[in-house]
Ligand binder design. Structure first.
Ligand code: AMP
Ligand code: MG
Length: 505
């Protein structure tokens, strides 16, 4: 017998792609349900993020495309995976549901990436779990493509969030009103621990589990908190600050998460669960695009309030750890959650200053920003394109005409531009450098909703992924001037505007 034959894995053997190091599976059994993915009929690879695979240190060089597809469909488990569905609860649109959990997501395990950071690898749409309730455990191709594209676009924009590692179609049809192609997305996350994970145990008066979970999160995401006088207060303050920063970054690019339920807020500070999320076209703080958000609870401008509300729910779960004295604990929690407003305002104004080309701090800056937003609102100006043209105007007033053209009432821009230029005069540096710096924070391109709908329609109706691929490629470099010249940069024509997005679960 050829001695080498034994080293060649049989086609159905578990591939060894990484040294899994699964810390969540080592937590008490009540934190999750151990459950493997349910195999699907005919996995086909739709997208595979090789640069991310490399960043994660995955070795997929010996895997054929068929085996990659099988692995990312859940048909073939990599060696070392400990598949499980995480338990969590959550406030959905303000109503508490004591048990939600991963109803269609399965955590394969964790790897240490090339930078030494622990990263979850999770399949979404991988079949039923004990948390599925009435759901089928599956995901539809449309929402999978949306999550893939938007999460990668957010990464390219520099905003923390889960990443998309792979997407496959399952060869199975699923029912979402109509019959649609089934798909699975594989995503990575700093972790999938949510505010709702804490709520799950707090609602059961399981103080020991809350304690274990808090220690786990400190270890994994807030190691500096360990050295604090009270690590749990430091944890709470850390989560508050990261959420304040995250939501501010969303606001800077016009992102609307759409379902900021407590089960969709990761304590790591990453954007998670890209469902009916969408980017705003023309600036309107009241913009709501999600079809399920009937009352606008998660409207664009409500996002900081929603985050703070969620953080109050998070703080409630930690009370017993904040102080042995209940009154003191409540006081600590209140101070920490109240601090969100200031933290958010700072992060927000810092980013908005950069968008206007301001490197220094002056008293009237907040007013200057507000006035510009107000102008955009009244002038129905496109949020992204207006800021992008402003970069040119910072380089030379000759480019003012371009900015003016963004507004329904172009003359309204002129008085504001005078005030802006007066403020810029107090800034150090050369106008061309300022314009270049502004182009690094004001993207030329965002994942526009109408284009996402078009590419989903092409993929679902005709199995045509060309537009998905082209858009994905362009979105990888959102600050490059080259992106501005593509069909993906333009705002929708009135007939193309999408007024509603569906999470499709
Ligand atoms: P989401 O709105 O997608 O964040 O999901 C909210 C809850 O519903 C979570 O517990 C999900 O796991 C569950 N869920 C969503 N879609 C499905 C599905 N197709 N099958 C089973 N559970 C689902
Ligand atoms: Mg969710």
């Amino acid at each position: 017998m050829d001695p080498l034959a034994r080293t060649v894995p049989a086609d159905d053997a578990a591939p060894r792609i990484a040294a899994f190091s699964n810390s969540y599976a080592a937590l008490p059994e009540r934190f999750f349900a151990r459950i493997p993915p349910t195999p699907v009929a005919a996995p086909t690879l739709v997208a595979f993020n090789r640069p991310l695979a490399e960043e994660l240190g995955l070795d997929v060089s010996r895997l054929t495309e068929e085996r990659l597809a099988a692995m990312f469909a859940g048909n073939l488990l990599p060696e070392g995976a400990t598949p499980l569905a995480m338990a969590y609860a959550g406030h959905q649109f303000g109503h508490f549901v004591p048990q939600l959990g991963d109803g269609r997501a399965i955590l394969l395990g964790e790897v240490l990436d090339r930078g030494g950071t622990r990263r979850d690898i999770q399949l979404k749409g991988a079949g039923r779990t004990p948390f599925s309730r009435n759901g089928d455990g599956r995901a539809a191709l449309g929402p999978v493509l949306r999550e893939y594209l938007v999460s990668e676009a957010m990464h390219a924009l520099g905003i923390p969030g889960t990443r998309a590692l792979a997407a496959v179609t399952t060869g199975e049809e699923i029912r979402r009103g109509a019959t649609v192609p089934g798909a699975v997305i594989t995503r990575t996350a700093a972790s999938h621990v949510r505010v709702g994970t804490f709520q799950y145990f707090a609602a059961r008066d399981d103080a020991e589990a809350v304690h274990r979970l808090a220690d786990y999160v400190i270890e994994r995401h807030y190691p500096l908190a360990r050295a604090a006088a009270n690590p749990y207060r430091a944890l709470l303050e850390g989560v508050v600050d990261r959420q304040a920063s995250l939501v501010a970054r969303w606001m800077h690019v016009g992102f609307i998460h759409g379902v900021m339920n407590t089960d969709n807020m990761a304590v790591s500070g990453e954007t998670i669960d890209f469902g009916p999320c969408a980017f705003m076209d023309n600036y309107d703080p009241a913009t709501v695009l999600s079809s399920i958000d009937r009352k606008g609870r998660y409207a664009y401008a409500n996002q900081p309030h929603a985050a703070q509300w969620n953080l109050a729910r998070f703080a409630e779960t930690l009370l017993a750890l904040l102080d042995a004295d209940a009154a003191h604990a409540l006081e600590h929690a209140t101070v920490a959650v109240t601090a969100f407003s200031d933290r958010f305002a700072q992060h927000w104004l810092g980013g908005m200053r950069a968008k206007l080309g301001l490197a220094t701090v002056a008293d009237g800056d907040a007013g200057l920003v507000q006035e510009f937003l107000e102008l955009m609102f009244r002038g129905k100006a496109d949020y992204t394109l207006t800021f992008r043209s402003l970069c040119d105007a910072a380089g030379s007033p000759a480019a003012d005409a371009r900015v003016r053209s963004r507004f329904a009432n172009p003359e309204a821009y002129d008085a504001w531009a005078l005030a802006w230029r007066a403020r810029l005069a107090a800034e150090p540096g050369d106008p061309r450098d300022r314009a270049a710096a502004m182009r690094l924070v004001n993207p030329a391109i965002i994942p526009r909703n109408h284009r996402i709908e078009q590419l989903i329609a092409a993929a679902v109706a005709a199995n045509d992924l060309s537009m998905f691929r082209a858009f994905h490629t362009t979105l990888a470099h959102p600050f490059d001037e080259a992106a501005a010249a593509t069909i993906f940069a333009a705002a929708p024509l009135p007939a193309e505007r999408v007024l509603e997005t569906f999470c499709g679960t």
